[in-house]
Design a protein around this ligand. Structure first.
Ligand code: GCU
Length: 419
């Protein structure tokens, strides 16, 4: 057990650009031994696997392999929004033994004669909070008390629709996209209980009461659950499973990036205000830091990650390389101007420092010539390339402005394709 895990007091943080230390980022286009990654083949066959392994071992923790098949059951299916769309609730069995763990997907699909692209993202408070529709099942699992309508860690009717502003379902449907979402706590409740609940215990090796230092924390578990969500969508004939977009806000944006890195079936990846442990560079030490996130959320990453508390220079990678792991698939990183905790500048720099990998793989990266290290102006998305970025006015949240950009980005990358 690593003692660095338990700090007595919250490690200090700041949001002062002048206090950003001098740092040198690892070069994604150099192997661990310093030699150059000079071709797409070098990247795909050697450098990418090396980096993926490092992120798994040292940060998110290794997850179990995908099961051979995933069991699904349709709980409900009906026409909604005046008959223009179909709504389904699908139960996905994540593990069967020793205690079954299931996740319920809420799926909306526009009625068309062709399979449609779908945004897949986890939600914070249960499927019934995504919509005001009265007949979406109320989630009965543990959840944080913080939000209105949650009493003694259980949702009540009062919470119905409380997160609807984050999920503009009809806007997506009108643009020809489906939406699949599930409550992240179905996969693993978001509190530190030594990994006794959720999906972790089912995979513990005999004699092991919690994951080894290089095995999965909660973010890796949520990402693994998203992959099972995609398994389930592959069984839906009305879904174009080759055009599923992983999306997530905040801790679930960190999750979207990790599932994008580990599961190449996702066609596009969207990180909304993902911050520390997501898109933001750790070495900038701005806003939330490695030490702080491990202090506040000791269960999110693997135990090994705690070695880098106040020691970011020792990290064998930085977050631009997490984005690079998604290449050449389109990726979109978004920030909010008032969300300094998530370090907008660090999120932007990660996106542009992934650009050389995108270009090596034959894409236009962030588009245009060499990208500027200056943060672009607020509300002016840079989204003509394979890497998209915007910083919008306002707070830590996901809203219609964000979704508009994601829809435009997805249109540009998916509509032209035949598959
Ligand atoms: C906290 C945490 C962030 C996280 C955010 C969220 O602010 O420090 O790392 O992204 O919660 O998930 O909303």
């Amino acid at each position: 057990v690593l003692t660095a895990a338990v700090d007595a007091a919250p490690p200090p943080t700041h949001t002062d650009e002048a206090q950003v230390p001098a740092y040198t980022l690892p070069d994604p286009l150099k192997f661990a031994d310093g030699s150059a990654v000079s071709s797409a083949k070098d990247w795909t066959e050697r450098r990418r696997p090396q980096l993926l392994e490092l992120f798994a071992e040292q940060m998110f923790g290794k997850a179990p392999p995908a099961p051979k098949s995933v069991k699904t059951r349709t709980l409900s299916e009906k026409d909604v929004f005046g008959g223009t769309a179909i709504r389904k609730e699908i139960e996905v069995t994540l593990v069967e033994q020793p205690t079954p763990v299931t996740m319920t997907i809420l799926l909306y699909l526009p009625k068309t004669d062709k399979p449609v692209p779908v945004f897949l993202g986890l939600n914070f408070r249960g499927n019934h909070t995504v919509t005001t529709e009265p007949d979406v099942a109320l989630n009965t699992n543990w959840m944080e008390n913080k939000t209105p309508g949650v009493v003694d860690h259980r949702a009540t009717e009062e919470s119905r629709g409380s997160q609807a502003s984050r999920w503009p379902v009809e806007m997506l449907l009108k643009r020809g996209y489906g939406l699949a979402t599930a409550y992240y706590g179905d996969i693993d409740p978001d509190f530190h209980d030594g990994f006794q609940n959720g999906v972790h215990p089912a995979f513990a090796k005999s004699g092991q009461s919690q994951p080894a230092p290089d095995e999965w924390g909660s973010i890796a578990a949520w990402a693994w659950g998203m992959s099972r969500g995609l398994d389930a969508l592959e069984q839906e004939s009305r879904v174009n499973a080759k055009q599923v977009i992983a999306i997530g806000h905040s801790r679930l944006g960190k999750t979207a990036l990790w599932v994008g890195a580990t599961d190449p079936r996702f066609a596009i990846v969207i990180s909304n205000d993902s911050g520390c442990g997501g898109a933001a560079l750790s070495r900038r030490h701005f806003g939330e830091t490695v030490a702080r996130i491990n202090y506040s959320f000791p269960h999110w990453f693997c135990e090994n990650f705690k070695q880098f508390n106040e020691n970011e220079a020792a990290l064998p990678f930085d977050q631009h390389e997490l984005i690079a792991l998604i290449a050449p698939r389109p990726v979109y990183v978004a920030s909010a101007a008032e969300d300094l905790w998530a370090d907008p500048k660090g999120e932007y720099l990660s996106a542009i420092y992934a650009d050389p990998v995108y270009r090596l793989l034959g894409t236009d990266g962030i588009g245009g010539a060499a990208p500027s290290t200056e943060l672009p102006p607020v509300d002016h998305p840079i989204s003509n390339g394979t890497i998209g970025y915007h910083i919008r006015t306002g707070k830590h949240d996901i809203n219609d402005f964000d979704w508009e950009q994601y829809l435009n980005f997805a249109d540009r990358h998916l509509r032209a394709r035949k598959n």
